[in-house]
Design a protein around this ligand. Structure first.
Ligand code: SAM
Length: 239
């Protein structure tokens, strides 16, 4: 937690907030904070700044907060991700959030197991909890939007072309001819396949929707590795 994210419910006055639960515990276990210390804070979807600890009890910390710094620029990327298996999904969600992704589409694909959609990590609360961890890790406050699409074809035919528009759009697919581009400084769409990869039909449909198939070299990476590698390769200047 490199920043304590504050929610409306944490505020007891315009410039006073209370930290409880995990964030309160973190003050002891990691920061070894005492009254008078200042810690980095940010308001969800708002500014960042500092919080001076004015009162510490076992259950909560009271802070006087100054929120005067805007959060980092969002990554201008629409990330379309074939739903990973649940354990990996949680890590990928935190990582994508930490890297500045604000628009995440979770998509079904032939090699996504049906059971993955039953995971409790997809509840609104669990999504928010993991995105909070990503935002706190990276010092950001802007909560990503997550869209769930359990049917591949309607999404790719009806919605994806509108998301692509005039922007560069890519489907990461090992073994294709074109290397993944670098140094993008404009919005883009990136599709990443499931652990078993997109099947040829799916790659064709993504191409019909405007996506170019690109590779990252000979080595085939796990989804959780491919996500940060692709993002940092595309947007090295934005990170
Ligand atoms: N056997 C699968 C295949 O050949 O497509 C491997 C899939 S890989 C574990 C999971 C996803 O990560 C891929 O669908 C792709 O989107 C991305 N990926 C991993 N390594 C890649 C590479 N070298 N080039 C392009 N994409 C890659």
């Amino acid at each position: 937690m490199n920043l304590a994210l504050l929610f409306d419910a944490d505020f007891i006055d315009a410039d006073r907030a209370r930290l409880t639960g995990r964030r309160r515990t973190h003050l002891d276990t990691v920061l070894k904070a005492v009254e008078g210390d200042r810690i980095p804070v940010g308001r969800v979807d708002g500014n960042m700044g500092t919080g001076e600890i004015v009162k510490l009890t076992d259950d909560e910390a009271e802070l006087i907060v100054t929120l005067d710094t805007p959060p980092p620029r969002p990554l201008p990327l629409t990330l379309v991700l074939a739903m990973p298996r649940p354990k990996m999904f949680r890590r990928v969600l935190q990582t994508a959030t930490a890297l500045g992704v604000k628009d995440l589409w979770l998509l079904n694909a032939y090699k996504v197991e049906k059971s993955y959609w039953q995971t409790p990590w997809l509840t609104e609360e669990a999504l928010a909890d993991n995105m909070v961890l990503g935002l706190e890790q990276a010092r950001d406050t802007l909560m990503p939007k997550v869209h769930i699409r359990k049917r591949f074809k309607p999404f790719v035919e009806d919605e994806l072309p509108g998301l692509v528009g005039e922007h560069p759009a890519l489907v990461a697919h090992p073994g294709t001819q074109t290397p993944c581009p670098t140094h993008l400084n404009q919005p883009a769409v990136l599709c990443i396949g499931p652990e078993g990869g997109f099947i040829p039909y799916e790659v064709e449909k993504l191409q019909e929707a405007g996506c170019q198939a690109v590779h990252l070299g000979q080595r085939i990476l796990r989804v959780e590795t491919a996500v940060p590698v692709l993002i940092s390769r595309l947007y090295d200047g934005c990170l």
